[in-house]
Ligand binder design. Structure first.
Ligand code: GLU
Length: 485
């Protein structure tokens, strides 16, 4: 690649960063990093009504959590880095105005005095005639006198970009190939609103040019904007960047991914206990694949292998089952001390009192194979750190069975002085206990587990007893037996 690679993620801060936006961010970041280029974050806050600071903050937090860094752009709400005046579009309004002024002078843009009602009527007519809504061009060729009258009336006006009347615009998309658009079917887009503020389509073109973007990689919902944007580049005497439109993301039912399919905001995934590296790995596979369909990537491997050639045209499917599987795979590969640190916020917010109980290194390790989400950790270790709470199944199906009370009291007696209180030795001792009383293993193991953990399922029984320790096991056996009176 001869031109220096510069990509950007340019979110409109009107909500959280959702899965689609995160995927777009990742692909831009991977592409820039793969080519030794730069990745820029630009906030497209041209929607004065819907843009919020909270949303900017959520976007910054989400991208940071994903572990993606940017070379230029806002670092906080009021601190930015990079050579440009600002990376918030509403702080760049003068720049857009200047270029709009040039287009007006050259007749490539024109003021439009149509009212909201007129525009709405055009929309309704189009609906009635079953064609896409389109500005009918009534202010395109106003006479000098008409213009004068409008100006004199002080009527609010927007500014529209004049699309060529005929010919086609070809978008040579790096993923979709050549896509041809008939110019006469494109409408004259508003580039400056009646408020004087720029619109997305114009600010985006000016910024992508001034910020020297080499590639614009974005969701395919923007493909339809591209012919107009390309014509704006031409009108301003600029060369458009290269475009790559990423395939749509669908839910497992084939409908466009939405809240209906579960969490959509990236920070919700953080809260649910997914690892950021899993999100990166998983999102990378939404519309991109290596030729050998590799699924799990080491941290630097994605950067090394990612390229637009592997991006697919067909829609990608977001599959929570696969995401959970992947999170489990990563958790299994995470050494226990690191896993504890990752799970610590979840353990802390669960309110468990770890101090005084068995070491987390032991309890967390017990079910290392089982966790799919970090948020599951406290629920699987909690019985070590608080009084036993019996599940209905443990109480009704196991503990209330005939003879259980004797078994529990017998075990308490048997283990009272037993030493060493360790996994293997305990197993041997308790099997002997069964044999001596002609009891089947299940008749003893199940009540023992239920009495000590309150559950019918859990970690390997004897290791669990070892970690609980003699005093606690004896106390729990007696307490459970007392409940059976
Ligand atoms: N602000 C636009 C959006 O959030 C960005 C589109 C683009 O990347 O050009 O969808």
């Amino acid at each position: 690649m001869t031109q220096k690679v510069r990509t950007r993620f340019a979110p409109s801060p009107t909500g959280f960063l959702h899965i689609g936006g995160a995927r777009t961010t990742l692909f831009n970041w991977l592409f820039a990093r793969h080519h030794g280029g730069q990745f820029i974050l630009r906030i497209e806050d041209t929607d004065e009504v819907r843009s919020t600071e909270d949303s900017v903050q959520a976007i910054l937090d989400s991208i940071s959590w994903l572990g993606l860094d940017w070379d230029e752009g806002p670092l906080t709400l009021n601190r930015e880095k990079g050579p440009h005046q600002s990376y918030f579009q509403m702080k760049r309004v003068d720049l857009y105005k200047k270029h709009i002024g040039d287009l007006l002078k050259e007749g490539k843009a024109y003021p439009c005095y149509c009212t909201k009602d007129e525009i709405e009527a055009m929309r309704r007519l189009a609906q009635l005639e079953k064609r896409p809504p389109r500005y009918d061009g009534r202010c395109r060729n106003l006479s000098a006198q008409q213009k004068k009258d409008h100006e004199a009336s002080g009527k609010p006006f927007s500014i529209r970009f004049r699309m060529p009347d005929d010919g086609t615009t070809i978008v040579d998309d790096l993923i979709r190939g050549k896509v041809e658009f008939e110019n006469k079917l494109q409408q004259d887009l508003v580039i400056q609103k009646t408020t004087g503020g720029p619109t997305y389509n114009f600010a985006c073109v000016v910024d992508d040019h001034l910020m020297e973007m080499s590639h614009v990689i974005r969701g395919d919902e923007h493909l339809s904007n591209t012919p107009s944007q390309v014509q704006m580049y031409y009108a301003l005497g600029w060369t458009p960047p290269q475009f790559a439109h990423l395939s749509m993301i669908l839910g497992p039912d084939g409908a466009k991914l939405s809240k209906r399919h579960g969490a959509t905001s990236v920070l919700e995934y953080k809260q649910q206990g997914y690892l950021p590296e899993v999100m990166r790995n998983y999102l990378a596979l939404l519309g991109w694949a290596t030729t050998d369909s590799q699924q799990i990537f080491a941290p630097d491997e994605l950067v090394a292998k990612f390229d637009l050639a592997g991006c697919q045209k067909h829609p990608a499917t977001f599959d929570t089952i696969k995401l959970n599987w992947m999170n489990g795979e990563y958790i299994r590969k995470t050494p226990v001390p690191e896993l504890i640190e990752l799970a610590r916020p979840f353990i802390e917010s669960s309110g468990l009192k770890i101090n005084g109980g068995p070491a987390l290194e032991k309890t967390v390790a017990l079910e290392h194979e089982k966790y799919k989400l970090l948020s599951e950790v406290p629920g699987l270790i909690d019985f070590f750190y608080k009084p036993v709470e019996f599940t209905p199944k443990a109480m009704d199906k196991v503990l209330k069975s005939p003879g259980v009370k004797d078994v529990l009291l017998g075990l308490a007696e048997d283990l009272k002085d037993f030493s060493p209180f360790e996994d293997k030795a305990l197993e041997e001792r308790i099997r002997k206990f069964c044999a001596e009383r002609s009891l089947k293993a299940g008749q003893v193991f199940h009540p023992l587990r239920a009495a000590c953990s309150g559950r019918t399922e859990g970690p390997t029984l004897f290791l669990m007893l070892e970690i609980l320790g003699r005093a606690e096991v004896l106390a729990r056996l007696k307490a459970a037996a007392a409940r059976l009176n």
